[in-house]
Write a protein that binds this ligand. Structure first.
Ligand code: AHR
Length: 308
């Protein structure tokens, strides 16, 4: 079946599985690993779904190849976690011509024609950025003078662009808060450490806070801060996005301060959307994740029940 107009929507029930081809970005973070696990579990446990999985190792060109291969295999749904926002028109037009619906997972794309994808399942990254700034200001005091360094995610990724935007927008409310340095660390722990080391070397005594676009980079930064001889979470406050267990543990250990949750467990929602499309139903253009912000005792209390 091919989305709308399928056998099921015409009332002929068959037991053919819905074949989903999923192009994943890679395995840069704990968050991404959790997302992969959630999708693979859905593929294994849902009797109505068959999953074809492809890991792009951070390369858009590999994702484009994977999409073309899914089209050639005539899958029913293409799920795409796009590494960057732009450059998707050509291949998505090919999917559209083949009448295969495209479901964006966790990151958005920028295309001239929004009909090139059916829906986006994921978070409000701008809101996450705003929350990061809001909670940081509440923690330190909105009227203080605060020098911030920013660890950006992968350049050109919607998660990076929108978190940066939301954070900067919210920061306008606190005139004493300044972003002193901002560089990409590609959403990885090792680069987070490396870039933080450089920030510390340049002006370590004048950094009050780190905003990391994900928890993994924050974990790397914490290591760099401790090795530099400062106390992470105290001398330098840490706010990051994702809500992986390690971030909760770091808050419990007093080394981090705030994690803004971003839900990677999207397998069940993807399965639901695939079934709705098979059944000829209309799906919302944005299926938004429900998320929270954790700090202090709230984070410590939540740690034992964290799923990723
Ligand atoms: O797109 C979501 C982001 O991608 C997560 O915040 C980050 O950890 C991941 O790599």
């Amino acid at each position: 079946c091919n989305g709308g107009g399928s056998a099921a929507s015409e009332g002929k029930k068959d037991d053919k599985k819905i074949v989903i081809g999923f192009s994943q970005i890679g395995a840069e973070s704990g968050w991404r690993t959790a997302e992969t696990k959630s999708i693979k579990e859905m593929g294994k446990n849902d009797p109505e779904i068959e999953l074809k999985f492809s890991d792009a190792q951070q390369k858009q060109s590999n994702q484009i190849k994977a999409i073309r291969s899914f089209i050639a295999q005539k899958v029913d749904v293409i799920a795409l976690a796009p590494v960057v926002e732009t450059g998707w028109e050509k291949v998505l037009r090919e999917a559209k011509r083949a009448k295969i619906p495209v479901v964006l997972l966790d990151r958005r794309i920028k295309v001239d024609d929004d009909s090139l994808y059916t829906t986006f399942i994921g978070s409000d990254f701008i809101e996450e950025g705003k929350n990061a700034a809001k909670y940081l200001a509440n923690l330190i005091g909105p009227d203080k003078k605060v020098n911030i360094v920013e660890l950006q995610g992968t350049v050109g990724a919607s998660a990076m662009i929108e978190r940066q935007k939301g954070f900067a927008e919210q920061l306008k409310k606190y005139p004493g808060y300044k972003i002193k340095k901002s560089e990409t660390a590609d959403f990885t722990r090792s680069k987070g450490k490396e870039v933080m080391e450089a920030f510390l070397k340049a002006d370590g005594k004048n950094i009050d806070a780190v905003f990391a676009h994900n928890d993994d980079m924050a974990m790397g930064a914490i290591q760099a801060i401790e090795e530099y001889g400062l106390k992470s979470g105290k001398d330098i406050k840490i706010v990051s996005v994702d809500g992986i267990k390690d971030a909760f543990q770091a808050i419990k250990d007093g080394k981090s301060n705030i994690t803004v949750e971003c839900n990677p467990l999207l397998g069940p929602q993807l399965a639901q959307v695939a079934k709705e499309l098979r059944d000829g139903k209309k799906v919302d253009k944005w299926i938004k994740s429900k998320e929270d912000v954790y700090e202090g005792q709230k984070a410590i209390d939540a740690l034992p029940d964290r799923k990723y």
